[in-house]
Design a protein around this ligand. Sequence first.
Ligand code: DLL
Length: 432
Amino acid sequence: MANYYQPEIETASREQILAWQNERLVKQVQHVWDNVPYYRAKMEEKGLTPADIQSVDDLHKLPFLTKADLRDAYPYGLCAMPLSECVRIQSTSGTTGRRVVAFYTQHDLDLWEDCCARAIVAAGGTKEDVVQVAYGYGLFTGGPGLNGGSHRVGCLTLPMSSGNTERQLQFMTDLEATILCCTPSYAQYLAESIEEAGLRDKIKLKAGIFGAEAWSEEMRQDIENRLGIKAYDIYGLTETSGPGVSYECCEQTGMHINEDHFIAEIINPETGEVLPEGEKGELVFTSITKEAFPLLRYRTRDICVLSRKKCSCGRTHVKMSKPMGRSDDMLIIKGVNVFPSQIETVLLEQGYPPNYQIIVDRVNHSDTLEVLVEMASDKFSDSLAEIAEQEKQLVGALKAMLGIYAKVRIVSPKSITRSEGKAVRVIDKRKI
Ligand code: DLL
């Protein structure tokens, strides 16, 4: 049985990692030049040929690729292998505009599953574990990615997909699942359902691997306490294979990026300038081992910070912070930048449950922000005066964090729709 803690890779020296990256980048640029006319034209526009890219130091010369490029080139324009060599597609949910379709050769699937296997091992997984995969299966990458990773580690894998909460609880208890993989908002819903069904004593979970959407440290605490587990973050996007681009280790202070497969940069989202380590900006990935869908300098829109601080787990690969929101998730309200994650932090810090909704509107040419949050069970009251007092306190705490006024409405428990996949927290009526 393969051991997916691969010390020769995961604890390699910086020099070794750079040597891999230099060699693989040069090959990848040639592969893209030869097989992706769309990107070759972008390089030619800048007067570049593959000979201009000799190492990671030359990466900044390459043009960026954006989601708009993916849409322009839909469906086959960025595929770098003959379709006869491709064995799978995955796709984004496509809520805005055209879907993004990513292609995989068998080799790409193998590497992707390796990355997910590393994430499971970093969360303490071994072949003795029972892994309940409650991410969606199908076009979404969450289910297939963690499913493949779990097989590779040799865990007993429960391919549940998302939803059907009653059945999730039945399998979780009957089959004694030890690791749960799903979105953090679904984990929170499962925790709530476990409490209601009085099943807490029957749960054998020790860890959760949660990602695919933004979640705060406060939400991590809440899930860990309610399920009695350690909750690990995992990150990825369809364009770069799916989950497993990066994942947390026992230190839980950011996610190690699989640098043998991806080169990460942080750029200023306004100017495109590459920023030094430790500065906050937009994450850009270059995939250096993918065959079918190799993206060079892909702008993720996710805002985060990279850190090369020594990690107590021994892994040497660079860590990314939790994404602080997507640059396109950022709300501009009365000219002020507001990230939904800031609102979540305030609500949880003030002792409210992570069941909330943010409604943005424009009334009389002025933006309005309203936050609906469910009543906290330990603050339960049916006195209107008391509820008004709680709302007032929240308005103050939100003002302190955001610098602007948000109307707060405390609503009855269970009145906000629960999520089984990625939660929809924001309703921006200005866009409707
Ligand atoms: O969400 C892949 C995935 C599946 C990751 C399961 C982790 C677990 P997409 O649907 O293409 O792929 O969405 C990618 O989701 O650009 C981020 O904005 C967001 N995202 C993914 N993981 C995290 C995370 C999958 N851990 C987009 N924290 C990305 C915050 C995340 N945001």
